[in-house]
Design a protein around this ligand. Structure first.
Ligand code: GDP
Length: 336
């Protein structure tokens, strides 16, 4: 049976019927499996606890679609007690009525005891469906859930919908939205990124969880898929290059990076601030920069044309943003 989550860390639960795509999603997002290879995955046969070494250390619990978890022998509190969000995967390419019935009864059963669990519906496998059809399906699914819940007197349950596919970045985008709701002090992180974009005239800045390439915060300008894709691909480039060639970094800086995110005193972190400067590659016209924040997180930004000439001031601003981000995590730690 599932044990309690790591203390104080939000948990994500991934649920849905067999073959809906749960194993594929966790393999692609958290284990870097190429989407094509999911064709050969064994369907989830048992509850899997997938503990990740990423920033939040959230967990994906991959539930078998057919388990009746409302069975009284199931320890509901162990499962939902510390949960951050329940992700329910629906196969949009299949008949989804049964999936919706199960989702509805799950929500109705959770409401009395766990009214604050965010329910995040992934309308999944939408690759190959036309835009109109996708929206029709989404509308239909939303309507069916809403009708059923209001028949039972449940209004305003926290339910969100995402159109996803493992064959493009939509699955990462959806996870980013889910995770952002669980991040303490998100508005402060966003304000720091806004300030950075304003000061340096960056087009867009993301704070990425490097392992999963989920962004945990971004500035308030609209997210456009191309900029997200460029930044997330850029992380791969940097990770690959650094694995091949290594980066020359002072010993204390490496120790800081490899330590637990909250294990170091802030002065130690600040002392390292000159150890790493921004790295710039040019993607067509728009330079991109990446700056490590800690072991798990990296700041990645799409700069503007001509940013090269202003690199000293850009670097200075980036450093103070990183310092600000680390201070926010320091506050989070003290609250715990
Ligand atoms: P599970 O039983 O819920 O864990 O489902 P699996 O992860 O085993 O997925 C079932 C099948 O769906 C596999 O053949 C996957 O390749 C396929 N699949 C998963 N995600 C997607 C997707 O986004 N698009 C498409 N077209 N197929 C997918």
């Amino acid at each position: 049976a599932p044990g309690p989550a790591a203390k104080g860390k939000p948990r994500l639960l991934l649920m849905g019927q067999r073959r809906s795509g749960k194993s594929s999603i966790s393999s692609v997002v958290f284990h870097k499996m190429p989407p094509n290879e999911t064709l050969f995955l064994e369907s989830t046969a048992r509850i899997q606890k997938d503990s990740m070494h990423s920033f939040m250390d959230f967990q994906v619990w991959d539930f078998p679609g057919q388990v009746d978890f409302l069975d009284p022998s199931f320890d509901l509190d162990a499962i939902f007690g510390e949960i951050g969000a329940l992700i329910w995967v629906i196969d949009a390419q299949d008949d989804y009525l049964e999936a919706i019935n199960r989702l509805n009864s799950t929500i109705l059963n959770l409401q009395p005891s766990y009214p604050n669990v965010n329910v995040e519906v992934f309308i999944h496998k939408v690759d190959g469906l036309s835009d109109d059809y996708k929206l029709d399906i989404q509308r239909d699914i939303m309507q069916r859930i809403q009708d059923e819940l209001s028949d039972h007197g449940v209004e305003n349950a926290p339910i969100n919908f995402h159109l996803t596919s493992i064959y493009n970045h939509s699955i990462f985008e959806a996870f980013s939205k889910v995770i952002q709701k669980l991040i303490p002090h998100l508005p402060t992180l966003e304000a720091l990124l806004n300030d950075l974009c304003r000061a340096c005239r960056f087009e867009k800045a993301y704070l990425f969880d490097v392992l999963s390439k989920i962004y945990i915060a971004t500035d308030s300008s609209p997210v456009d898929m191309p900029s997200y894709e460029i930044c997330s691909d850029y992380i791969d480039v940097i990770v690959d290059v650094s694995e091949i060639y290594g980066w020359e970094r002072p010993k204390e800086y490496i120790e800081f990076l490899e330590g637990q995110p909250w294990s170091k005193k802030l002065e130690d972190q600040v002392a390292c601030r000159d150890a790493e400067s921004a790295i710039v590659l040019t993607d067509m016209k728009r330079p991109i920069m990446l700056r490590e924040v800690n072991k798990y997180l990296a700041l990645v930004a799409v700069m503007c044309e001509g940013s090269y000439e202003k690199m000293p001031s850009v670097t200075m601003n980036v450093e103070s943003t990183v310092k600000g981000l680390l201070e926010v995590f320091e506050i989070t730690k003290q609250r715990k």
